[in-house]
Each structure stands twice: as structure tokens, then as C-alpha cells.
Ligand binder design. Structure first.
Ligand code: ZN
Length: 75
């Protein structure tokens, strides 16, 4: 009986691992309008399409106030 319980627990762990999904969030670039914004470092974001860099929140592109971040580097 004890052996059965151990195997059951292992099965649950396997299922939990399968359910886990990598979170991928794309943000729209204020400069070119394409959803190609990627976080490059802490609170810095870069557009894969046009290459513009922006300052944003640490964990999301928009700031806590909800406004779109200001531009860091021109052109
Ligand atoms: Zn862009």
C-alpha cells in the first residue's frame, strides 16, 4: 500500500509539470505599432522591429500609472 501512495504522488508531480506553461507577453511598440517589445534589462525595453529602446516597468512594459513609457533613445 505504501508503494502505491508513492507512485500516485509521482504521477501528480508529472501532471503539474506538464500544465506549466512559459509566460510570453508581447507589448506593442509605441514607435512602429508592432507587438515586438522585449525586456532587455531591468525596466528597459527594446523593440525587435524598429530597435527603439524604452523605459518601462520592471515586470511589464507599462508603468504602474498605466501610461506608456517614455522613449529612452531616439531613432
Ligand atoms: Zn518598434
Amino acid at each position: 500500500m505504501a508503494d502505491r501512495n508513492v507512485r500516485y504522488g509521482a504521477e501528480i508531480r508529472k501532471r503539474a509539470g506538464k500544465v506549466y506553461k512559459k509566460k510570453t507577453t508581447k507589448y506593442e511598440c509605441p514607435a512602429c505599432g508592432k507587438a515586438a517589445i522585449k525586456r532587455t534589462s531591468y525596466s528597459k525595453w527594446e523593440c525587435n522591429s524598429c530597435g527603439n529602446k524604452f523605459a518601462g516597468g520592471a515586470f511589464s512594459f507599462t508603468t504602474p500609472s498605466g501610461t506608456v513609457s517614455k522613449r529612452l533613445v531616439e531613432g
